[in-house]
Each structure stands twice: as C-alpha cells, then as structure tokens.
Design a protein around this ligand. Sequence first.
Ligand SMILES: Cc1cc2nc3c(=O)[nH]c(=O)nc-3n(C[C@H](O)[C@H](O)[C@H](O)COP(=O)(O)O)c2cc1C
Length: 234
Amino acid sequence: MRSAIENRVSRRKFEKKPVTALEKENIVSLIYQLNEVSGLTMEFKEDGSGAFGKLRKSYGLFTNVRSLILMKGKKDDKDLKEKIGYYGEDLVLAITDLGLGTCWVGGTFDKNELPIDSGEELICVVVVGKVEAPSLTEKMVRSVIHRKVKAMEERIISDRPLPQWVQNGMKAVLFAPSAMNTQKVMFKYENNILSAQIADDYSMDLIDLGIAKKHFEIEAGGKFELGNGGRRYL
Ligand SMILES: Cc1cc2nc3c(=O)[nH]c(=O)nc-3n(C[C@H](O)[C@H](O)[C@H](O)COP(=O)(O)O)c2cc1C
C-alpha cells in the first residue's frame, strides 16, 4: 500500500518553527496543479493562526497552528464538497510524503478570520506544519484506543465474495480520515459494479465521500463518477 496512506494520522500539535521556503514552494505548486485539474481554488496561507487563536472556537485542541490550506472553490460548483475531499486528500498525502503533519478541520476554527472572494465558498481547512515523529508509544496508544477502525465488512455490501482488487481498494479506504471518525462512506459491489455512497445527513459527509473514493482509486485503480452513489469505471 502507498506508504502515505498507512503513515498519515491527524496531527494537532505542531512545532513552533514554520514550514521551510522549499516545503512551502512544494505545497503551493501541488495546489496549483490540483486547482488546474479540478477547478477548485484551494490556497496556501502561510500564517492562518488567527483562525485558531481564540480558545472559544478551537477548543484548545490544536497547538501552534500556523500554516493552513483554505479548502475552497466556486459557490456554484455542485460537487464542491466531494471535490474538496477528493483532490484535498491528494494534497494531504503528498504533504505527508514531505514529512509534515496535517489535519482536516471542518468546524473548530474561526471562519471570519479567513476572508475569501464573494463567488467562493470555504468548505474547511487543512492545517499543515512541522511535527515530531510520533513516538512508538504514541502510535501504540493510538492504534489500541483512539482510532477505532471499522472492519471491511462494515463498509461494503456485496452479492458475492470480494475479488482481490476490491479488497485492496477497501483496505486503503479503512485508512481514510473522516469527520469525527464516523467512517460512514459505504461501498456496494453488486452485479460487478462498484459504487460509493454516504447517508449525507451531516455537513462534512460529502467531503468524506471524496476522500474515500480517492483512497480506493490510489490502491485499486479505476475512477469513480462524481456524485453520491457514483460508480467506478476503468
Ligand atoms: C472532513 C473532515 C473534517 C474534520 N474536522 C475535524 C475538526 O474539526 N477537528 C479535529 O480535531 N479533527 C477533525 N477531523 C479529523 C478526524 O477527526 C480524523 O480524521 C479521524 O478521527 C480519524 O483519525 P486519523 O485522521 O488520525 O486517521 C476532520 C476530518 C475530516 C475528514
């Protein structure tokens, strides 16, 4: 499996020193490429700490937030949330490869501190920064207690035994981040057709849908149609 999929965990405690000029250059150029293909307008903000400055909004969960990515696009893009998840996760995995920490943040920040153009909608942010490698104990504690991962059987409905490629894709889906760790995206494999859907009863659900589709595609290839219930084609 791609190492960034296995290695990525949400990081909320950052070192005080900012990302380097080279790291920034890398991130900005990745964002440029992803915006080109997606029509999104994601934007790197070197210092977005104002949105995390007030305890009231950030609930003290985050430490030393400085750089972040504004996950935004055109208001009239009907697939905006799903695209943010799909292309944003590409970005998150690439930033993980750079050795930096990330966390998707949907709610616990102050939107007023991050003004955007009137034709745009800010869906969420991804905080980015330098992190110390998690200690072995940290990793163990996390795997045992914190990160409850649903079993593959809870994430896919099928009318036949799962072929290897579906199992490979689903293994990567189990590693995908999801808002409040709800892991709600469900896959269906029936009549040789694979599709992905989510209940869509929470504002972050369609972001999770895009993220899960991206993880599946990275491991098993193919491409999903956009939309809730979108099918995979080759
Ligand atoms: C769309 C989205 C929104 C999220 N919003 C927040 C948030 O507001 N605050 C937070 O601390 N974590 C947030 N997270 C991180 C999740 O809590 C995290 O992905 C989940 O618990 C799984 O843990 P992991 O990312 O370490 O694998 C969000 C994740 C996603 C995908």
